[in-house]
Unconditional design. Structure first.
Length: 413
């Protein structure tokens, strides 16, 4: 089926979705969760095809980890759908009311965006997460995943569409683009007549291509060159523990730490401890001259390293002489996703949080918490690093717009 036809199909569901109740949406979501679990074996078998192809094509360990599904991950995906069903409906909320002297009653309410297109890479869980959030917020969705996960995505989409029909919903509320060529992405980017919004989820190259080429409005989700700054007052044992978690707990995710910034006053104490922890997972460290003076066996870092989202067991180290230098370095090299400071100085913590220009800023905690579910939003559609409409983990609220309802009894102007 052509991408344009998917758009036509999605538009036809809008009247149904605009009038469906919260209870109906929740019933459909629960049916989707049940069907995903019922189809677990089939989904895993299809996923194995993608994994085998990925290994043959030389996918990195990080991308293979993103791609892999097992019984535990599928159950987690299904539970995520149920959690979305349990969330408060973001549609129909009254956000403004005004009664004019002439008797007009004006009300502003939240409404769905309409039809959302999502272009993503080797993350089959996105297929279910995104569809669930779009459905709960009253939106139809057209999903376009990467070729690396086409079998997994197809199996998941088939299960969801089957569940929708059983729940009395049009199955075209959720659609998957079967064509994984570049042409299908390009077509989605210019489908202004059918798409109200386009959201890219993936690496820097994908996001850049969508932002630069789309004529459809884009919510930009960002790659994650996430930083942790070890302040001169830091508890260095705490720092080593947090950095170990942020870097190695799961290397393939956008909220993993990729860059360390360490105050020169504490680097001699902190870096050997951090290095010892990271070596437990064979993590390669690339540092500047002062970092290598403390730990001579780490590799030299280039300026490019400080801009790089590795998605691998690699991390960069920059030495600074002040909090302000750390803030300047991070704001220059960051992708504005998530940054953290390890410190026992309240004033430094407050200044760091105020001055760092990123969507999520932490004090004494791992960047791995930047996640819709961890923030109480349920499954997330992505993590926005832009500043218009949505920023940070995007849940139901960010998938709505507003409209005004005006009630009169014959008023004219």
């Amino acid at each position: 089926m052509s991408v344009k036809q998917l758009g036509i199909n999605a538009k036809k569901t809008q009247t149904f979705l605009s009038s469906v109740t919260t209870e109906d949406k929740n019933r459909a979501l629960k049916a989707i969760a049940d069907e995903l679990e019922a189809q677990c074996g089939y989904i895993i078998e299809e996923n194995k095809k993608d994994l085998e192809a990925g290994r043959k094509n030389g996918l990195s360990a990080g991308l293979l980890d993103r791609l892999m599904l097992d019984e535990g991950r599928i159950k987690a995906i299904a539970d995520g759908v149920r959690e979305v069903a349990a969330l408060e409906d973001a549609c129909g909320k009254v956000v403004y009311e005004y009664n004019k002297d002439n008797g007009l009653k004006i009300k502003k309410i939240t409404v769905p965006l309409g039809v959302i297109g999502i272009i993503f890479e080797a993350r089959p869980n996105v297929t279910a997460d995104a569809a669930a959030l779009c459905l709960k917020s009253g939106n139809a969705v057209i999903l376009r995943g990467g070729k690396e996960a086409i079998n997994s995505n197809t199996a998941i989409a088939e299960a969801m569409r089957s569940a929708l029909e059983k729940a009395g919903f049009p199955k075209d509320v959720i659609q998957l683009v079967s064509d994984t060529s570049r042409a299908s992405s390009t077509e989605l980017m210019t489908m202004n007549d059918y798409l109200d919004c386009l959201i890219p989820r993936g690496g820097k190259g994908l996001i850049k291509a969508v932002v630069e080429n789309s004529t459809v409005p884009v919510i930009e989700t960002g790659s994650g060159n996430c930083h942790i700054f070890v302040d001169e007052s830091a508890d260095t044992d705490m720092a080593a523990n947090i950095i170990f978690n942020a870097k190695t707990q799961r290397i393939s995710v956008c909220n993993a730490c990729e860059s360390l910034v360490i105050h020169s006053a504490v680097i001699a104490e902190a870096l050997p401890k951090i290095k010892a922890r990271l070596e437990e997972k064979n993590t390669e460290i690339r540092g500047d001259e002062r970092a290598r003076a403390v730990c001579p066996d780490i590799l030299p870092a280039t300026e490019e390293d400080f801009y790089t989202e590795y998605l691998d067991y690699i991390i960069s180290v920059k030495t600074v002489d002040s909090l302000d230098e750390a803030i300047s370095h991070i704001n220059e090299h960051s992708t504005h996703h998530s940054e953290a400071i390890i410190t026992n100085n309240t004033e430094n913590a407050d200044r760091f949080m105020q001055c760092i220009d990123s969507s999520s800023v932490y004090v004494n905690a791992s960047t791995r918490f930047t996640d819709g579910n961890e923030f109480g939003l349920g499954a997330e559609i992505g993590i926005s690093t832009q500043k218009l409409h949505a920023r940070g983990p995007m849940g139901l609220e960010q998938l709505t717009s507003t409209k005004y309802l005006i009630y009169g009894n014959g008023q004219i102007r």
